[in-house]
Design a binder for this molecule. Structure first.
Ligand code: SF4
Length: 449
């Protein structure tokens, strides 16, 4: 190992939750940082506590279900205040002694960077940091990611990290590296120009079973329940050419067939962005599939985009519908009307997509939301001949709906992010019950049989 340059260890932490499943979840930000560090000559190691293909875990087919699958889980005691929840609470990810053994195999790093995602998963972040600290007590640990940015003060007080990043990583990455390691580098990329970034360092993973793609950052909308505007205030686009080159790179060099779009707004301004990308994929004749778990903008779906997505190999489509109460959604968002929804579904079905491929997300558990309204939305979606996909509402600080969520919640969600867990529907007052949740789930699932 070249000791002229620092050795930086990047870690994707455990999840502590009532339920978790790998629905195409990769730590894209952390792997992008790894790519940037490597491109500047830094020695990088990577440990993924959520690695489903860890050498010590039971063998599973990385390509089954297009790359999705269950995490290993270990039962934990429930967090204080949630003991009455009639669900098991678990650590999702590799066993702690596997993590320790993997850490001990490494040369002591000069710096550890840990990422974070959902705010209520912070107990998993804490436990990860404790484990790193027990092996490398002298090494500074920096925490970044979504929890670190949305609940900055909580993370500073409770995560156990030496430093908690408040900005998007790439803005302050090299000053941070210099502060903690003394290493300085002249920038070989332009933080404002996404085309100048290296590809995320997916090759650091044990297995590349699919490739997450970000072709844009940010979203022009500002929905009341979403933190996209807070986290990425500006919308930025990669050039269509660079996106097509990246897809070809992973397909040709790593035989990857499944690509997962992480964009918040892929279809917005489609003539300038999505259409040239889709046309480029179609004309390159690649045998690939695309999945959109982050939802597509319904308004951007028309005969042209539907046809191109179908020809390009889009396979799993999720639409950001959120509610079918079209006349009562103005406090939530302005992103789709009933006519636009019906027209979009019509285009998709006429193009050849079937109802197993197309699902519409419906928010469940919004403050003051009646369950009858959710049930009605489920029926509307089923009547449109696609499948409803319940998405349980998470109250998020820095969003317009936060104040209402705080007022509506059965818990003090300002005190501890663990109470914002969407599995417990924290903003539903009576008649919340697990039976009611099960009934909703079943009515959505029955629609696809
Ligand atoms: S919910 Fe979707 S459309 Fe609304 S702000 Fe978030 S990313 Fe944009």
């Amino acid at each position: 190992m070249n000791r002229d340059t620092p050795h930086i260890l990047l870690i994707n932490p455990w999840i502590h939750d009532f339920a978790a499943y790998d629905f195409w979840a990769k730590p894209m930000g952390l792997l992008t940082i790894a790519g940037l560090l490597r491109a500047h000559g830094v020695t990088v190691s990577y440990i993924d506590c959520l690695n489903r293909f860890h050498p010590r875990s039971a063998k599973s087919d990385p390509l089954a279900r297009y790359g999705r699958g269950p995490y290993l889980k270990t039962r934990l005691s429930k967090p204080e205040g949630l003991q009455d929840v009639t669900r098991h609470y678990s650590r999702y990810g590799i066993k702690p002694h596997w993590l320790k053994a993997d850490l001990l195999k490494l040369t002591q790093p000069d710096l550890v960077l840990v990422t974070s995602l959902m705010t209520y998963w912070y107990p998993g972040v804490q436990e990860t940091i404790e484990n790193i600290r027990s092996v490398f007590p002298q090494t500074p640990i920096v925490l970044g990611g979504i929890y670190a940015r949305l609940c900055h003060n909580h993370a500073r007080n409770h995560s156990g990290a030496d430093h908690v990043a408040v900005e998007p990583a790439e803005n302050n990455l090299f000053p941070l590296v210099q502060k903690f390691t003394g290493f300085s580098a002249s920038l070989a990329f332009d933080p404002a120009d996404l085309d100048s970034y290296p590809y995320p360092a997916l090759d650091l993973q044990t297995t590349i079973n699919y490739v997450p793609l970000l072709t844009t950052r940010g979203c022009p909308f500002d929905c009341a329940y979403c933190a996209s505007r807070f986290l990425e205030p500006q919308r930025r686009l990669r050039s269509p050419e660079s996106v097509i080159e990246e897809i070809k790179f992973w397909h040709r060099n790593y035989s990857i067939s499944d690509f997962v779009l992480y964009d918040d707004a892929f279809l917005v301004d489609a003539a300038r962005h999505a259409i040239p990308i889709l046309e480029g994929i179609c004309s390159s004749d690649l045998k690939v599939r695309f999945h959109t778990p982050n939802a597509l903008h319904i308004r951007g779906i028309n005969a042209t985009t539907a046809r191109l997505m179908y020809r390009a190999g889009f396979s799993t489509l999720r639409l950001g519908l959120e509610t079918a109460e079209f006349d009562h959604r103005q406090d939530l968002d302005q992103k789709v009307s009933e006519k636009e929804f019906k027209r979009a579904v019509d285009c998709l079905i006429k193009t050849g997509f079937n109802k197993d491929q197309v699902g519409a997300y419906l928010l469940v558990g919004l403050p003051d939301q009646k369950i009858s309204a959710v049930e009605q939305s489920i029926i509307t979606v089923i009547d449109s001949d696609i499948k409803p996909v319940p998405a349980y509402y998470t109250p998020i600080p820095h969003t317009a709906l936060w104040t209402k969520a705080v007022a509506a919640s059965r818990y003090d969600i300002t005190d501890d992010p663990v109470f914002t867990n969407n599995a417990i529907m924290p903003c539903s007052k009576a008649p919340f019950s697990w039976e009611m949740l099960t009934r909703l789930k079943e009515s959505a699932e029955n629609s696809i049989r």
